[in-house]
Design a protein. Structure first.
Length: 141
């Protein structure tokens, strides 16, 4: 089901603790534009189908990423696009938006998205992957 604009922006505003919808909207537009540059194919279209039309169009008409940004560089890029942002505030913005996106898609689609993205995005989506339960091999060679 496609999220309504009001529902999406209210969730972003609440999670990001933004004073206004305008602040939440600014964060959503930047984060979704950057995310769209990293997703391809049918999975990107499936995510877009779950978002309000205005945000779906942003995701589907992305900037061109010349190389995939790791999670830390994604946050830095977000900071560069939001006036007055720092890396700390950009991390907050990214998590506010991507956690709402994670809730909007099913777990299977989210896992496929995470496979397209460099390691570390699971944390940005608010869905940390479990650690491998196998014990580490502590033998030395």
């Amino acid at each position: 089901m496609t999220l309504r604009w009001d529902t999406f922006i209210e969730e972003v505003q609440d999670r990001g603790e933004y004073a206004s919808r305008e602040e939440a909207d600014r964060a959503a537009r930047v984060v979704l534009a950057l995310l769209g540059a990293h997703l391809v194919g049918e999975d990107r279209a499936r995510v877009a189908a779950r978002l309000p039309e205005a945000y779906a169009l942003i995701l589907l008409n992305p900037l061109e990423a010349y190389e995939p940004l790791d999670a830390q560089r994604f946050v830095r890029a977000t900071a560069a696009w939001i006036e007055g942002a720092t890396e700390a505030t950009a991390a907050w913005d990214v998590s506010a938006v991507l956690s709402v996106v994670a809730d909007a898609v099913d777990d299977d689609l989210l896992q496929r998205l995470l496979l397209q993205l460099p390691p570390g995005y699971d944390l940005l989506f608010g869905r940390p992957r479990p650690l491998d339960p196998r014990p580490l091999d502590t033998r030395t060679a």
